[in-house]
Design a protein around this ligand. Structure first.
Ligand code: C2E
Ligand code: CA
Ligand code: CA
Ligand code: CA
Length: 284
């Protein structure tokens, strides 16, 4: 901490020191945490708006830290990303989610498989073994590539050239669905969308907020309308994130969004709960 400058600055420095130490501590423990099996996955259902059926789930990783309890991914994914541990951690998440998806084997009534969505971070995209690893994981799990959706953020792809997109294109050619996550938060120009091997847009939560009230925010309605129409023109499906109320779900369904995810349907939870959710759907 600075000697001069008064208490305010000393406090600010002490605070950032403490945060740096905490970050350092977490970062150091990451490899052991992976070895010790301290990570686990919660699944959040993806619901088809047209009929309310569960079509799949997004895998969201958590860390059961022996001292701090359950830590959310925002606390440790950036650390794993900056140290390179994200590659083995991401491989573990993928393998675990694929194994889980295989064990659900609840194919939809119209033959579409119950899918699992897995997040990919930018370093995983740059990792040369991504395609081979993914193929191996699918084979080991006995999971069809079409039952897997990889979510990549818009920001991770902005500016990517053909060379950098090749692994994703290879995975898409194998039948893996690629979703553009947090869509609308980046600055990608829309014509760029045509060049990406993606089949789903995941509309960021910030757009669904304006749908919380009735009538919905007219500007947000226009934006979502425009995005849905563009997406459907390009043959992309639209998933909306952060749906917290029935009002939002109604608005978004009427606007033509295809799939929804959010607390209104279910919070992320253990994999067995998802099975009962989809069984309940099949029964109703
Ligand atoms: P994301 O991919 O955008 O995931 C959606 C986040 O929104 C999740 O937060 C989810 O719990 C939360 N959410 C879902 N429904 C609602 C809702 O109705 N309202 C609100 N307010 N929030 C909702 P979570 O689980 O904390 O994950 C945060 C981020 O961490 C994810 O954002 C994703 O970018 C990253 N992440 C999670 N798991 C993994 C992973 O296995 N690998 C990588 N690379 N990143 C991951
Ligand atoms: Ca995601
Ligand atoms: Ca997202
Ligand atoms: Ca996000």
């Amino acid at each position: 901490a600075k000697a001069a400058g008064g208490n305010r600055y000393e406090l600010a420095d002490a605070d950032s020191d403490a945060r740096a130490i905490a970050r350092h501590g977490l970062t150091n423990r990451l490899p052991a945490a992976l070895d010790n099996g301290e990570f686990f996955i919660e699944y959040q259902p993806l619901v088809r708006l047209e009929d309310g059926t569960v079509r799949g789930a997004e895998a969201l990783v958590r860390w059961l830290h022996p001292v701090h309890g359950v830590l959310g991914p925002d606390r440790f994914i950036p650390l794993a990303e900056s140290t390179g541990l994200i590659v083995p951690l991401g491989r573990w998440v993928l393998a675990e989610a694929a194994r889980q998806a295989r064990s659900w084997h609840t194919d939809g009534p119209d033959g579409t498989p119950f899918r699992v969505n897995v997040n990919l971070s930018p370093s995983q995209l740059r990792y040369p073994g991504l395609v081979a690893d993914t193929v191996a994981v699918l084979q080991d799990a006995g999971l069809d590539p079409s039952a897997l959706c990889l979510e990549v953020t818009e920001n991770a792809l902005i500016g990517a050239d053909e060379e950098e997109l090749r692994p994703l294109r290879q995975l898409a050619d194998l039948g893996v669905d690629i979703a553009l996550d947090d869509f609308g938060t980046g600055y990608s120009n829309l014509s760029y969308l045509r060049r990406l091997p993606v089949s789903t847009l995941k509309l960021d939560r910030s757009f669904t907020r304006g749908m919380q009230c009735a009538p919905a925010d007219p500007v947000d309605v226009k934006i979502v309308e425009g995005i849905v129409s563009l997406a459907h023109t390009l043959d992309l499906s639209v998933t909306v994130e952060g749906v917290e109320t029935g009002t939002q779900a109604d608005h978004l369904r009427l606007l033509g969004c295809d799939t929804a995810q959010g607390w209104y349907y279910a919070r992320p939870g253990p994999p067995d709960r998802l099975h009962t959710l989809s069984l309940a759907d099949a029964a109703s």
